[in-house]
Design a protein around this ligand. Structure first.
Ligand code: GTP
Ligand code: MG
Length: 200
């Protein structure tokens, strides 16, 4: 898919205030600092569409972007940032969970996982929560440029072993790097294929 048009629409703290529309909507979620906003900029080929930072806790709102006038993309705050303080963490957790549960427009969630580290309970729990609530999701392993191919493959293999303790089948997965653009085409083609199915 070619990105001809990518524009910021609005930011909200409350899922009930998010814009209503009849288009497919894809949201990016994961632990704080995993690379959600960077991935959105990479996919859309816009350097500063979504705000990024080397410090965790940058995105604190539900941010809507419209792409090609055909679908919406949503940048969500990260979960589980330890230094954020309990009240802030709880507020973000509620924002993310209510978005996932209540957002009727939501077509698919992309759960971002840092490819460099071992499976984190918070990510496994979040995917479990999505599964229990029948919310469609795919996994994206991020920051693939930061490790060798061998290490990358080993980590993903180990991750999938862990997943299979909980899941009968693995979800759709992508391996990406926002610096090398690895995986961009695959993610965009996946979105395009779902969009096409929805218009049939
Ligand atoms: P929050 O909004 O705080 O939840 O974080 P986020 O998940 O949106 O992360 P963000 O995109 O702001 O990126 C966090 C840091 O990781 C930044 O310093 C990015 O430059 C870096 N980063 C993100 N993706 C990649 C990647 O694919 N490769 C490398 N090398 N760095 C990355
Ligand atoms: Mg962010």
């Amino acid at each position: 898919m070619q990105i001809k048009y990518a524009n910021y629409v609005i930011s909200n703290t409350d899922v009930n205030k998010c814009p209503h529309h009849n288009l497919p909507e894809y949201a990016f979620i994961g632990r704080s600092n995993v690379g959600k906003s960077s991935l959105i900029n990479m996919l859309t080929n816009r350097k500063d569409l979504a705000k990024t930072s080397s410090k965790p806790g940058k995105t604190l709102l539900i941010n809507h972007f419209i792409i090609n006038n055909e679908w919406y993309l949503v940048d969500l705050p990260g979960y589980g940032y330890a230094q954020a303080g309990k009240t802030q963490r709880e507020k973000l957790r509620k924002m993310i969970e209510s978005y996932a549960l209540l957002r009727q427009e939501l077509t698919c969630m992309f759960v971002l996982i840092d490819s460099r580290i071992e499976p984190q309970q918070i990510d496994l729990d979040f995917m479990q929560f999505l599964g229990e609530n029948e919310i469609p999701f795919a996994m994206i392993f991020t920051k693939a440029d930061k490790l060798s191919n061998e290490k990358l493959n080993n980590n993903i293999e180990a991750y999938n072993q862990k997943m299979l303790e909980q899941w009968e089948e693995l979800p759709q997965q992508f391996i990406t790097s926002s610096t090398t653009r690895k995986g961009a085409e695959e993610v965009l083609n996946y979105i395009e294929s779902i969009n096409k199915e929805m218009t049939i």
